[in-house]
Design a protein around this ligand. Structure first.
Ligand code: ADP
Ligand code: 5GP
Length: 199
């Protein structure tokens, strides 16, 4: 049967574990297309261009922005990030499900454009635990950790616009929850009026 793909958006504060949860979910699910974002941030050790991100300079990012090539974009802690529109539209039209892992500003833009998507908010067990995780990750200065904690308090307010809230306390539990959401959403009967008895 022909189907349009489902767009899944995983989002939440920086350092909450979105990337970790996403990678673990992808080990269980192979039939989902992951969008690769463009960013002006330099690659970290071990990251590959075209796989982790498309690493581009600010000029190229601006040009893509002006050409309307992004479904959404945001400035996250001094770097620009954007989701290429064409990949998402083409895969969904082909019937493939698509997964985005993006920040909250970006998720809100996608929600406006594609409200039929499935929006999953990952929250930390506490702000203190979030700070510890960012600290352990070892990629942020003390100043940056403080900024991220302050932003987290504000960002938590946006969870009400999402369809699902998953606390990333025990990693395996969070992974099972996100996996289960995807499986359940794939089984959902997506109703227009034909689902209403008598219509
Ligand atoms: P994000 O993608 O949201 O910025 P990451 O996936 O990079 O976050 O995770 C931030 C840090 O927290 C990483 O060092 C990761 O190993 C760690 N982490 C992720 N989930 C958990 C968890 N459930 N318990 C403890 N540490 C975690
Ligand atoms: P990092 O630099 O640690 O890979 O990512 C920083 C933040 O940017 C994370 O919260 C990540 O989810 C977010 N991010 C990655 N790609 C995109 C994107 O295409 N759009 C938006 N809005 N955020 C993104």
């Amino acid at each position: 049967m022909n189907r349009t793909g489902i767009l899944f958006v995983i989002s939440g504060p920086s350092g909450v574990g979105k990337g970790t949860v996403k990678d673990a979910v992808l080990k269980r699910l192979t039939d989902i297309k992951v969008s690769v974002s463009a960013t002006t941030r330099p690659p970290r050790v071990g990251e590959t261009d075209g796989q982790d991100y498309y690493f581009i300079d600010t000029e190229k990012f601006q040009a893509m922005l002006e050409q309307g090539e992004f479904l959404e974009w945001a400035q996250v802690y001094n770097n620009m990030y954007g989701t290429p529109q064409s990949f998402v539209s083409n895969k969904l039209a082909d019937g493939s499900d698509v997964l985005l892992e993006i920040d909250i500003q970006g998720a809100m833009q996608v929600k406006e454009k594609m409200p039929q998507g499935v929006f999953i908010f990952i929250e930390p067990p506490s702000i203190e635990e979030l700070a510890q995780r960012i600290c352990k990750r070892g990629t942020d200065s003390e100043e940056s950790i403080k900024r991220r904690m302050a932003a987290c308090r504000e960002e938590m307010e946006h969870s009400r616009y999402y369809d699902y809230l998953v606390t990333n306390d025990d990693l395996q539990e969070a992974v099972v929850k996100v996996y289960s959401i995807i499986v359940a959403e794939r089984c959902r009967i997506r109703k227009n009026n034909e689902g209403v008895i008598g219509s």
